[in-house]
Design a protein around this ligand. Structure first.
Ligand code: 5AD
Ligand code: SF4
Length: 439
């Protein structure tokens, strides 16, 4: 087969979690370092990387429809690479089902993308779903660009094996990136314009490090070290597991002023019976006690969580327990999903499937409760004064968009710039955003 011309332009499309967004940014930087440039919006790209998500069925199905849509009018296709968690879990199937895909690369192997593209150009189809510990971070080019609010992956993988979840299989075992590398990357992000850093990990608070002398550094020590970077204004982290919450982390919320008053702590269900079947290693009560301690350390903390409805065996009573938990917590924001049986996970083979109609109905009731609380939380912020970190221009001229400390979307008008911290008064709250005026 004849060698094709090297791709000059690329597009990376990321789906799924923020860790995938981070990986997508790193892949783009890697391709740029190879001399390619990002295709302008709307233009065809020579190389398209689909950075996929496998967490729920719908997310995985999307890959195939996306591949189909990449065919151009003249019947040709860009060079297609499938990356991310679907690549990891279903690499062979993708290669068999989609002949136009030339490269399949898992989330721990994407540093090898340039050589794989080279092989694809030579007519081969290249697959790499290895999980070499840590190496991608060792060889990726240094960070060159940063948004005002930037992501930093500090931990990957999962050892918890919740019975519904594919992550331990697609992202592998828990690993923590070395402390010094993280401080260096954070400094680079800040030099390049970041004012807020969100630390990312599937179990971000399971992060553990060592200093040069071999002394263990905890997750809250890492936060305290980042707090000392002068130009950095805000620190956030997501997503955390109740089992890895430490006294130090709770205390940090009361002590580290740059650590924002926001906590995403998934619970999944308000029924102990379901939590046990999910292998969650916490109870409803122990979860609520943790939240109480966070609130004692930081009374204004905004709480967020994840829920699954329709897990196998979930009864109306179990579901009502979930609604009761939502009522008890008063989340500022929360995510809820219908159970999706993932191939290879224990829950996929459990008895007691909940019908689609019941799942739909429960999801609606749960989302109504969550939306009610989200609006109430936003309404309660009216009149509050706070700083907003400006992230982008609004749709109207002179309008700016940013985030409050509680991760609410805030818009205001007047002179400003991206990356500025602006003092505002929150004026009128809707379910998803709040209008503010400068003070
Ligand atoms: N079905 C439905 N939701 C799931 N999640 C993870 N796996 C599944 C699944 N198989 C949800 C959980 C998790 C979030 C990232 O996605 O709520 O916290
Ligand atoms: Fe999706 Fe999980 Fe992979 Fe993130 S880690 S992209 S949520 S499957």
């Amino acid at each position: 087969m004849q060698k094709t011309a090297p791709p000059a332009t690329y597009r990376v499309k990321s789906f799924g979690c923020q860790m995938n967004v981070y990986d997508g940014e790193r892949m783009a930087e890697l391709l740029s370092a190879q001399g390619m440039s990002a295709a302008p919006d709307g233009a065809d790209a020579d190389l398209v990387v689909l950075n996929t998500c496998h967490i729920r069925e719908k997310a995985a199905e999307k890959v195939y429809s996306d591949i189909g849509r990449l065919r151009r009018e003249d019947g040709s296709s860009p060079l297609i690479a499938v990356a991310g968690c679907v690549a990891q879990a279903e690499g062979e199937e993708i290669m068999a089902r989609a002949p136009s895909v030339r490269v399949v690369v898992g989330p721990q192997a994407y540093h090898r993308l340039p050589e794989m593209i080279e092989r694809a150009r030579a007519g081969e189809r290249a697959t790499d779903t290895d999980m070499p510990a840590n190496t991608k971070f060792d060889v990726l080019p240094p960070r060159r660009r940063a948004a005002a609010s930037a992501f930093l992956t500090i931990q990957e993988g999962c050892n918890k094996f919740c019975t519904y979840c594919v992550v331990p299989y697609t992202r592998g075992a828990e690993i923590s990136r070395p402390f010094n590398d993280l401080i260096d990357e954070a400094r680079k992000l800040v030099e390049n314009g970041a004012r807020e850093i969100t630390l990312l990990g599937q179990n971000v608070n399971a992060w553990r490090g060592e200093d040069a002398g071999g002394t263990v550094i905890s997750f809250d020590d890492l936060i305290r070290s980042l707090d000392k970077i002068p130009e950095l204004q805000r620190i956030r982290y997501t997503t955390s597991h109740p089992m890895d919450v430490t006294d130090g982390l709770i205390a940090a919320h009361g002590e580290v002023t740059k650590l924002m008053p926001y906590l995403h702590l998934p619970v999944q269900s308000g029924s102990d019976r379901m939590l046990k079947a999910m292998n969650r290693s916490h109870s409803v009560d122990s979860y609520l006690r943790l939240l109480e301690r966070f609130r004692a350390a930081r009374p204004d903390i905004a709480l967020s969580g994840d829920f699954i409805v329709g897990f196998p065996g979930e009864t109306e009573q179990d579901f009502e327990d979930t609604l009761r938990l939502v009522d008890a917590v008063g989340y500022a924001q929360a995510y809820s999903f219908k159970f999706s049986p993932r191939p290879g996970t224990p829950a996929a083979d459990m008895d007691g499937a909940v019908t689609a109609a019941v799942m739909d109905e429960r999801l609606q009731r749960l989302q109504a409760a969550i939306n009610r609380d989200q609006l109430a939380f936003n309404k309660a912020s009216e009149g509050r004064r706070c700083a907003v970190l400006v992230e982008r221009n609004g749709r109207k001229p002179g309008q700016w968009l940013g985030k409050s400390p509680w991760l609410q979307s805030v818009h205001f008008e007047g002179e400003s710039e991206i990356g500025a911290m602006v003092d505002v008064e929150l004026v009128e709250a809707g379910p998803n955003s709040i209008s503010a005026k400068r003070i």
